[in-house]
Structure formats: C-alpha cells, structure tokens
Design a protein around this ligand. Structure first.
Ligand code: NAD
Length: 481
C-alpha cells in the first residue's frame, strides 16, 4: 500500500459537519488513500475566545499538509472577525479559485441543459484586500487593488487550465470602461497572455453585459476568468442556474498549497437536520483527489455521484416532483453514492480523470522592467463642510508651493471646481488636485510643504495620493466633468 497523503480537514459551522462526514465517508469508501488531520476553525473557536477564529496550531498543519478540505464556515456580516476564508486564501497564496458549474439535464431541473462553465476567479486582490477606512462623517472607502503579478498569475492559470482540460475558449470579464486603470490592467494582461495561447479562442466582455449573457446563454461560455468580486458573485449565479448552489465545488490553488471547498456557505437554518446536499463539498473532494494524484479514485467517486443524480436520488434542494425519484437526507445521499461506487452514469457523460489534469498549473511569469516614475502632483483629500465648492477653490488657490498649484476639485469623483454645476450633490469629502507646471519637476518636499500649508490654513487633510507618470503615461485617472 502506498503511503497515505496527509490532508487537513475542517468540519466548519452550520451544515459543515454533516456534509463533511458524508463526503469523507464516500471518498474513503471509494479507496481514497488519505491521512486526515482535523483542524478547528470558525465560529466555535471564535466563541471560545480565539479572536482570529483559528487555533494557532492550525496554520502549522495547513503548511505541512499543503492540502486542505474545508467545510463552510460562518462569517459575521458587518462586524466581527474577518472572513477566515479570505484570510486562508491570502495567507497561503491560493491565487486561483476554480469553480465549475455543470448542468445535469434532465435529472436536475435547469433552464440551461447544456451548460458547462468553469469560472476562474482571482482570489487574493481586488476589493477583497480588506483595506477599508472611514474618512469623514459621511464617507467610507474600500481600496480596490489590482496588481500586474496577480493578474498575470490568474490569467496564465486560466489559459493553462483550458489547455490541460481540453477547453476551447477563455473569456475575460472586466469593467474597464469605468475602472480604466485597475480593470484596465487586468484586460491588458489578458490580451498579452492570450497571444501566447493561439490554440485557445479568447474574448472579453464588460462584466455587466457579460453577466447578462452568462445568465441567459451560459452554453456560449467555456472558461471565464475575472477579478475577485465579479468572480465571487457570478460563480454563485452560474452554480444556481446550472441547478443549485448546493451542487458546486471549488478549488483554491496556490503555488504550494491548495484548499477545496463547496462554493456555498454554512446555511445555518438547515444545520443539524440531515437536510443539506453534500454534493458541492464532494465534487470539491473529487478535484482534491485529482490534485493529490489519485485520479482513479476521483473518477470512481464522480461517476457514482453522476449515477446517483441520474437515478433521481436527490436532496431537498434539487428534488422535483416528476423528475426526482427519491427524496433523501445528507446521510442517505452519501449512502446512495457509496452503493453506486464502481458504476458509471448511462445518460449523463461519465468522467475519466488523468494525472495530467492536476490542479497545479503553476508557470512562472516573466519579469517586467521597472517603469520610470516621475512625481507630477498630488491629490489632497479634505474633510470639509463649511461652504460651497467655490469657497473651497478660492481658499485653496491661495495655497501654492513651488510648482504645485490647485487645478481641480472633485466630490465623489465629479468635478465641482472650477466651473462646477450647482446641481451636483456634495458630501464632506473633497479631492483637491495640485499639479506642477509643465516641465518643472515636483519634489516630495513640495508635497510635504503643501500639506503643512493646507493644514495651517485650517483644513482637515484626511489622505493624499501622489500623482506619477510611469514611462510618461499618467498613473492616475482623469477627472470627470
Ligand atoms: P449559504 O450558501 O450558506 O446558504 C444560502 C441558502 O442556500 C441556504 O439557506 C440554503 O437554502 C441553500 N443552500 C446552501 N448550501 C446548501 C446545501 N449544501 N444544501 C442545500 N441547500 C443549500 O449562504 P448564506 O446564508 O448567505 O451564508 C451563511 C453563512 O455562510 C454566512 O456566515 C456566510 O458568511 C458563510 N459563507 C461561508 C462560505 C465558506 O465557508 N466558503 C461561503 C459563503 C458563505
């Protein structure tokens, strides 16, 4: 017998323990050669007084095993501890979130009988950096970070995944008509990388119309790669229109570690009733088995599961009178899959995994030359409520340092000075753009001195953003209006 592969397992919150037990029962009955190391994370740990929601020893287990099968955990909304899912993904560098959504027509009700889409969601960046601030009485901000190395990693992964899994097309969803710098970079990197994969078709959609098309005609998509937030939202939509969020599993892949989980949450209202569908976690475990080099076991489990679907043995979430045959609970469903191990579906297409379909598709990206960076101005953000935009403009026009002088003031990104419109609604949050004179170098000292003068003039400066040219191109967005 080969050495067992150690895997870390967390039973999670809500329906987590039930679906994890069902999943482990199935894969062990199928012959998975694994050594389970249980770790505790989530609500229970938090309620015991561990503020991070994760026992300190858990990180050691994760870093040693490098493979993590995780049931959903409850994340408090609004306040409370930060999402452990997000923390784990980022701390372990799990940059690629792979979420297949497949329909099982006519056995599971769906309006999209031939859907077979894989959403590859960037997992570490975007608005999920978790950098949020309250800046004034009225205004809160969340930083959206998109990086070149982050975009290169995820987009390269999407194309490599397409190639390894015999997929024909990779689509990119972005909103770079509005977020020209951040989503613009993602799109640019997509175009650069697409050129390296001439065997794979590529296309880009603005995310809003792309999402509408995905919901309407998902059969026109194959692999879709997108930044974190769009991927989070749209992979739930994709799973639900394929049949149920309860059916979709996901793999979170890093350079060294990988985490496998259902895409749904802990569904606390269904917990402890033997109701939940374990399929999402089970299909995640199938991806894990391929990842750890046990493709034959993965194939056995997946085919038995497809046969169970086909035989109409369904949990409540996909049970439909006239289509399904038997309504079962979590435990009975797992039993039905175990009963069918060794069988293959007759109407649905059987699967057959190969070692070459490993989820590890890491390929190093090239190094980019450093851009020449030149300081040309500064955006000074103020908390100010004492008058009109013209009052602010007149007062700040008096504050000029070296080459820096006030050029424009915006409120929530809309120009309000000079020549603003009286109709524009203004909050207490003002962005005042100071730029240097054409051709004259701006020094950091000028910015520091400017801030000193702005403060001495009685203004409340809440933050600044330096304005740079990179190789002569502006590294900041233009002003609307
Ligand atoms: P949810 O996915 O937990 O549940 C939404 C609804 O979907 C449930 O009420 C249920 O009707 C259905 N559902 C989900 N999974 C099912 C299953 N396996 N079988 C049958 N029906 C199922 O979403 P939510 O209610 O928004 O979130 C609950 C908690 O889970 C929150 O604390 C949230 O932060 C957390 N969450 C965790 C993860 C994760 O651990 N990866 C992911 C998403 C949400």
């Amino acid at each position: 017998m080969f050495k067992r592969t150690p895997i870390a397992v967390a039973y999670g919150d809500g329906i987590g323990p039930e679906i994890m037990e069902a999943t482990l029962n199935v894969i062990q009955a199928a012959g998975a050669n694994i050594e389970i190391e249980t770790i505790e994370i989530g609500e229970k740990v938090y309620l015991r007084g561990v503020e991070t929601g994760m026992e300190p020893g858990a990180w050691d287990t994760l870093r040693r095993t490098k493979v993590f099968l995780k049931a959903p955990i409850t994340t408090p909304q609004g306040g409370g501890y930060k999402s452990l899912n997000v923390t784990t993904r980022k701390a372990l560098g799990l940059y690629a979130n792979v979420r297949p959504s497949v329909s099982y027509h006519p056995f599971v009700h769906t309006k999209h009988p031939t859907m077979d889409v894989v959403i590859i969601r960037e997992n570490e960046e975007d608005l999920y950096a978790g950098i949020e601030h309250r800046q004034t009485a009225q205004v809160y901000q969340c930083l959206k970070l998109i990086t070149r190395p982050g975009s290169e990693k995820i987009i390269r992964y999407a194309f490599e995944y397409a190639r390894a899994n015999n997929r024909k097309k990779v689509t990119c969803f972005v909103k770079d008509n509005i977020m020209k710098l951040t989503d613009g970079l993602f799109h640019k990197v997509f175009d650069e990388m697409a050129a390296e994969y001439p065997d794979i078709e590529n296309e880009t959609w603005i995310v809003d119309i792309g999402a509408a098309k995905l919901a309407d005609t998902p059969e026109n998509f194959d692999v879709i790669v997108m930044p974190n937030l769009y991927g989070d939202v749209l992979s739930d939509v994709a799973a639900q229109i394929a049949g149920s969020v309860g059916l979709a599993g996901s793999a979170n892949i890093g350079e060294q570690c990988a985490m496998f989980e259902a895409i749904h949450g802990s569904a606390p209202r269904r917990a402890g009733q033997n109701l939940a569908n374990p399929s999402g976690l089970l299909l995640a475990a199938v991806m894990m088995l391929v990842h750890i080099g046990q493709p034959e076991v993965a194939t056995r489990v997946h085919n038995a599961w497809l046969k169970t679907m086909e035989d109409g043995v369904h949990t409540y979430d996909i049970f439909k009178e006239g289509v399904s045959r038997q309504k079962v609970g979590t435990t009975e469903f797992a039993g039905a899959v175990i009963h069918r191990l060794g069988e293959a579906p007759k109407a649905l297409k059987p699967v057959s995994y190969k070692a070459s379909q490993s989820m590890s598709l890491w390929r190093k990206n090239g190094h980019h030359q450093k851009a020449e960076k030149r300081l040309v101005g500064v955006d000074v953000f103020l908390d100010w409520e004492q008058g009109s935009p013209n009052d602010l403009g007149s007062a700040l026009s008096q504050v000029a340092v070296g080459p820096l002088s006030l050029r424009v003031i915006t409120n929530r990104g809309v120009k309000v000075w000079p020549d603003g419109l009286p109709e524009t609604f203004c909050t207490d949050h003002w962005r005042c753009r100071f730029l240097g004179k054409e051709g004259e170098a701006v020094q950091t000292g000028h910015v520091v001195e400017l801030l000193k003068r702005v403060t001495e003039a009685g203004f409340d400066n809440i933050k600044t953003e330096n304005l740079y040219l990179f190789d002569g191109a502006p590294g900041f967005s233009a002003v609307h209006g």
